[in-house]
Write a protein that binds this ligand. Structure first.
Ligand SMILES: Cc1cc2nc3c(=O)[nH]c(=O)nc-3n(C[C@H](O)[C@H](O)[C@H](O)COP(=O)(O)OP(=O)(O)OC[C@H]3O[C@@H](n4cnc5c(N)ncnc54)[C@H](O)[C@@H]3O)c2cc1C
Ligand code: SF4
Length: 597
């Protein structure tokens, strides 16, 4: 049975006359986790998802060869993917004057874009305004987890207590020891591959079988060791050994499809929220799923000021509905959650629900990207081909700046993601000059000899980086859109210079010939790691949520996605989003049972 049939068979009609124990808004990493944890505690949950249910396995077709696709995997010609220059030169809304029938974010400029065109949003229907920002969204059951890049990292006390370390910003209201048991639960429930390294600032997970490094990567790892830096196999949110407790997911067979396209795995070895969390939650009999349900307001009981439910628009019919619940959990992703909170104005909450501090939408942060390097591992030229891209990722190079030393130019740090070796589509084919048999030989000889990596750095959380509601522009469904007021600052720019310099230093040290170094910073938003628009904290005047992602103002309102993060760190956020959501929903269920919400 295909996944969509399975979901439909399990799904019961949403009954909007009853009052649910909890409504969860959004079904991605955060919402899926909330649904899983709350239903496992016996709570009756209504999950509202704005997007559709896609027959995802048919969509992804992970094993389809390029020559079996009429456009070799590319989108139809009437569809357009935004380029870096468009993001920088033009102003949002980027699709407003485009002649293309469909306009998508830059992710659709990657190979195999036809397989993800129904997963990411059409910018024509989903405009936003303000400063330049490359906003990547996926509106469907499971959200961005359907195509995420799978790098699953933990944060450490260097991140949670960053202010204590360098004096900037705010510490998180939790420490590593508070979240560590929940990282463990996420590891065991969802599966993660990697190697234990015992590095305090990149804590180990409970790993399944690791992805193997190839010869060139091992050489770089050894060279970096001498510099006291760590290169480790990609810590992939992928089950490599299988999960006995989950019948919807297979173990990874190293087909590499997730790595060659925008992402996605049609046997669900890579974590995605529908098979990892939502289907198991449905099996409890406690979950009701309503897709095509665009939440536009958290409703409020005027007598108590508490949340009473969620008003939503049916994405297909445009009709409006209201669902009732004793607790509301927002998990619509960092920016959409802030939008929903700001749209939820009432007499009790004139500034938007949970926003008496005025911090909703503010302290917005993410990761800066751009600087990257390509090197040639000369002694691999002409060597026999090896299978290097039949895996869900290659390597991660952990942060090494501002650990015990203090960089004079910037605070915080960055890591690199990279890879090397033979790939199904030799990247050097388009840049190699010539034609005929000598051209082909050249391409083949060099195809497996390149190594490249790109950096992800912490963008500082700043109050003046924020989103608000545009008073004039609405989306296709008449919901006011977000307006960005967000720019990289001096710290990020200086960090980016250092990224390019250290990349060269490390490749030179390893004996690689440097072919290309890019110093250009990509448009804000490129990392797809947006965080911090409803941050946690212990001071209700300077934060939106407490340490359990519970609103300071409205005790039966929780916001369990990346909007709660106090700072961005430089590690990819999804594993932390899920560990925190698990912790908060355990707390929520306990408080619910005690009648304290
Ligand atoms: C190409 C790509 C690569 C990535 N690589 C990595 C990586 O390697 N490592 C990593 O940690 N992270 C990665 N990410 C980011 C990762 O996908 C996100 O951190 C994660 O999905 C966030 O989970 P979320 O639940 O907050 O948001 P989402 O997964 O986006 O889910 C939010 C859901 O809420 C729904 N929604 C939105 N608004 C409403 C509304 N008003 N009403 C109802 N529902 C609503 C959306 O339709 C969506 O389904 C990547 C993302 C992409 C796209
Ligand atoms: S490499 Fe593994 S996770 Fe990636 S598509 Fe293949 S089976 Fe799925």
């Amino acid at each position: 049975m295909t996944l969509i049939r399975l979901i439909r068979a399990t799904q019961s009609e949403a009954d909007l006359r009853r009052t649910y124990d909890a409504i969860v808004v959004g079904s991605g990493a955060a919402g899926g986790m909330a649904a899983h944890v709350l239903t496992s505690h016996g709570m009756k949950v209504l999950l509202l998802e704005a997007g559709k249910q896609l027959d995802i396995d048919k969509e992804l077709k992970s094993t389809e060869w390029p020559y079996d696709h009429k456009r070799r995997g590319e989108m139809p010609p009437d569809s357009h993917a935004l380029s870096l220059n468009e993001y920088n030169i033009r102003q949002p809304p980027y699709a407003s004057d485009s002649k293309a029938k469909h306009v998508y974010s830059y992710v659709q400029g990657w190979g195999g874009s036809d397989y993800s065109k129904n997963i990411v949003v059409d910018e024509k229907d989903h405009p936003y305004t303000g400063t330049n920002y490359a906003w990547v969204r996926a509106r469907l059951l499971g959200g961005k987890t359907n195509i995420w890049g799978r790098l699953a990292l933990r944060l450490s006390d260097l991140d949670f207590k960053a202010k204590t370390h360098d004096g900037y910003g705010e510490d998180w209201p939790i420490s590593y020891k508070d979240i560590a048991p929940y990282y463990d639960k996420v590891d065991l429930y969802l599966g993660i591959s990697g190697v234990k390294e015992n590095v305090p600032h990149l804590p180990d997970s409970i790993f399944q079988r690791p992805i193997k490094l190839n010869a060139a990567e091992i050489r770089l790892r050894q060279s970096l060791k001498k510099m006291n830096r760590l290169l480790t196999p990609y810590r992939a949110g992928v089950t490599t050994d299988g999960l006995k407790h989950n019948k919807y997911r297979s173990k990874c067979f190293g087909r590499g499809a997730c790595n060659r396209r925008a992402g996605g795995c049609d046997i669900h070895a890579a974590f995605d929220s529908p098979t990892g969390l939502i289907l198991p939650a449905m099996d409890t009999g406690n979950l009701t799923l309503r897709t095509n349900a665009i939440a536009h307001q958290v409703t409020v009981d005027p007598k108590t000021g508490k949340a009473s439910g969620v008003a939503f628009i049916d994405a297909e019919t445009g009709r409006t509905y209201e669902a009732k619940a004793k607790v509301v959990v927002i998990a619509a992703s960092t920016l959409e959650s802030a939008r929903l909170m700001m749209l939820s104005k009432s007499n009790a909450h004139p500034n938007g629900i949970g926003n008496s501090s005025g911090h909703v939408g503010h302290n917005f942060c993410e990761h800066i990207m751009g600087p990257h390097i390509t090197g040639l591992v000369k002694d691999l030229v002409g060597k026999p081909r090896t299978l290097d891209d039949g895996k869900p990722g290659s390597f991660y190079l952990a942060r090494f700046r501002n650990l015990s030393e203090r960089n004079p130019n910037f605070i915080r740090g960055y890591g690199f993601e990279g890879g090397s070796g033979t790939t199904m589509f030799p990247g050097n084919a388009t840049s190699t000059p010539g034609f005929g048999s000598s051209y082909k030989k050249n391409v083949r000889d060099y195809a497996g000899a390149f190594m490249s990596m790109g950096a992800f750095g912490e963008v500082l959380a700043r109050y003046e980086n924020y989103v608000d509601i545009d008073p004039a522009v609405k989306d296709k469904w008449g919901v006011p859109v977000l307006r960005f007021h967000y720019k990289f600052g001096d710290n990020e720019k200086k960090m980016a210079e250092d990224m390019a310099n250290t990349a060269q230093e490390m490749f030179t040290e390893a004996g690689f010939e440097i072919v290309d170094v890019s110093r250009r910073i990509l448009t804000e938003g490129w990392s797809i790691h947006e965080l911090g628009t409803a941050r946690m904290g212990s001071d209700p005047k300077a934060s939106v949520l407490n340490q359990f992602q519970q609103s300071h103002d409205v005790k039966n309102l929780f916001v369990v996605d990346g909007s709660s993060h106090v700072s961005a760190s430089c590690q990819n956020p999804t594993w932390t989003i899920m560990a925190l959501a698990w912790r908060s929903c355990d707390y929520l269920a306990d408080q619910f049972k005690k009648g304290s919400l």
